[in-house]
Design a protein around this ligand. Structure first.
Ligand code: NAD
Ligand code: DAU
Length: 351
């Protein structure tokens, strides 16, 4: 099988490729990635020289480029990760989110529609987010039937992509499946997201910026569990369906930050207070969703998937990964990273 993976040099895409390129040597994996700030080719060092892995640098919102890839490879499965993925960036600059997340998904769907003359044994798999459902109060869970109610430009762009995929299934019979997953954590995550940002700032003795009161709740899933769920859905999921993926693992942000401080202290021979004193409550994210919680009973019941990693061991593994991969850490702290930190946190930290 030929598998076109979009955004395979980002966080989840590279974990997916690292897991499956070696496990499934009978399949060829083509990684189509624009190599934005969020991509890192160091993520793919383990697979880059393997014969069943190929990199194509390119923009999914460039239709000609996408169609050319389809003509050259005729992929059987498209696993669509590529997106602008950070909510705070979508607030400061939404345009790129509309282009990559909406137009990019549209171009891929169009290429599938035009190039897949025989739709037998083909599948377009859209990797989406629980953020399309908006915010929960203190109780309840998102199910696959929850109405879409996105809050940020990011989640609105992902919701639009989901609607497009569903419309292509209903209108053209395009074989498509959608998964909506909760917050991932693990190796190779760009340190603009909560967990790696807190780890790296703590190690450098910098402020740990917690939005609002730190009371917002997220459901956390180890990235490899998400990748296994995606493989399961590609193998056994039903076309036209949506599957929620989650960790059944809800945490308030402030509690996660304390947990990171505790684990770090053990690993580097300090006491938690050495890091906890850096916690700084800062201006909240506009439109900040209070709580996400996933009901993942459908994927468990119908496809037999459930998460394997516990949060305790997954978080420790993640922290050890950042401690042990200094070269990677240095590679992401380019000028662009510093500019982002100034743009997003400069004002928040000073008042
Ligand atoms: P990421 O930001 O780490 O990586 C995104 C990748 O997409 C990068 O390699 C980037 O270069 C590439 N890309 C961006 N725009 C592109 C374009 N126009 N053309 C080609 N490539 C482009 O993102 P991630 O955290 O790995 O998320 C991957 C997907 O999973 C996204 O669609 C995201 O919405 C979804 N998702 C993420 C999470 C999470 O917690 N990170 C949870 C649920 C769903
Ligand atoms: O739920 C799935 C989504 O999870 C994915 O679709 C997104 O691509 C991914 O980025 C993630 O979105 P979040 O906005 O939940 O993740 P983030 O790591 O940015 O923030 C997690 C929580 O931590 C959120 O409530 C905001 C808060 N936060 C975040 C940062 C970066 C802080 O308090 N301080 C910070 O500096």
């Amino acid at each position: 099988m030929k598998i076109l993976v979009t955004g395979g040099a980002g966080f989840i895409g590279s974990n997916y490729l690292n897991l499956f390129v070696t496990r499934y040597s009978q399949h060829t994996f083509i990684n189509l990635d624009k190599l934005t700030y969020a991509a890192n080719l160091l993520n793919l060092e383990r697979v880059s020289s393997l014969p069943n892995y190929l990199l194509e640098e390119g923009d999914i919102a460039d239709y000609e480029r996408v169609e050319n890839i389809f003509q050259r490879y005729d992929p059987d499965l498209v696993v669509h990760f590529a997106a602008e993925s950070h909510v705070d960036r979508s607030i400061l600059g939404p345009a790129e989110f509309m282009r990559s997340n909406i137009m990019g998904t549209f171009c891929l769907l169009e290429a599938c529609r035009k190039c897949w003359t025989n739709k037998e044994n083909k599948l377009f798999q859209l990797v989406s987010t629980d953020e399309v459902y908006g915010s929960l109060g203190d109780k309840g869970f998102f199910t696959e039937k929850t109405a879409y109610d996105p809050s940020s430009p990011y989640s609105a762009s992902k919701a639009a992509a989901d609607h497009l995929a569903r419309a292509y299934f209903r209108t053209y019979g395009l074989p498509a499946v959608i998964t909506n997953c909760s917050n991932n954590y693990g190796p190779y995550q760009f340190p603009e997201k909560l967990i790696p940002l807190m780890i790296l700032n703590a190690l450098e003795g910098k402020a740990l910026p917690v939005y609002g009161k730190g009371a917002n709740v997220r459901d956390w899933l180890y990235v490899e569990d998400h990748c296994e769920a995606l493989w399961t859905v590609a193998e056994r999921g039903k076309q036209g369906e949506t599957y929620n993926i989650g960790g059944n693992n809800e945490w308030k942000n402030i509690d996660i930050v304390h947990k990171i401080c505790e684990i770090l202290a053990v690993e580097v021979g300090k006491v938690p207070q050495d890091f906890e004193k850096l916690i700084t409550f800062v201006q909240d994210r506009p439109g900040h969703d209070l709580r996400y919680a996933i009901d993942a009973s459908k994927i468990k019941r119908e496809l037999g998937w459930e998460p394997k990693e516990t949060f305790e061991s997954g978080l420790r593994k993640t922290i050890l990964w950042y401690l042990g991969n200094q070269r990677w850490v240095e590679s992401v702290k380019s000028g662009e990273y510093k500019n982002w930190m100034d743009a997003n946190y400069g004002k928040r930290l000073t008042g």
